[in-house]
Design a protein around this ligand. Structure first.
Ligand SMILES: [Zn+2]
Length: 103
């Protein structure tokens, strides 16, 4: 409860301590249950932070919104019965009989 390093747990886990302070902190850590527990609890934090995509962290408003025409274009392309390379590359014998003929 009275550890002089207690306030450094998060700083240590985030790697923001100076090399000297970090060495000093690590030297005391094995003998300090309070800080050891704090470090264990915080140990997952840097990994979690690094998993956050950069665009999530950046302030909003700097990205153009998705154009409203994008979604309908994708939907119509995916839903077109005779469109798409997959349907075109099929041999005619494997094409579903109800599909409309290509132009
Ligand atoms: Zn301590």
């Amino acid at each position: 409860m009275s550890c002089e390093f207690a306030h450094l747990d998060a700083v240590y886990v985030l790697g923001s301590l100076s090399p000297a302070a970090r060495a000093e902190y690590e030297r005391h850590l094995p003998g300090c249950e309070e800080c050891s527990r704090a470090v264990r609890e915080l140990a997952g934090l840097p990994g979690l932070l690094s998993k956050v995509p950069l665009e999530v962290v950046e302030p909003p408003g700097e990205h153009e919104p998705v154009p409203e025409t994008l979604l309908p274009a994708v939907v119509s392309e995916a839903g077109a019965p005779s469109g798409g390379d997959a349907a075109r590359s099929l041999p005619s014998s494997q094409r579903p009989p109800q599909s409309s003929p290509l132009p």
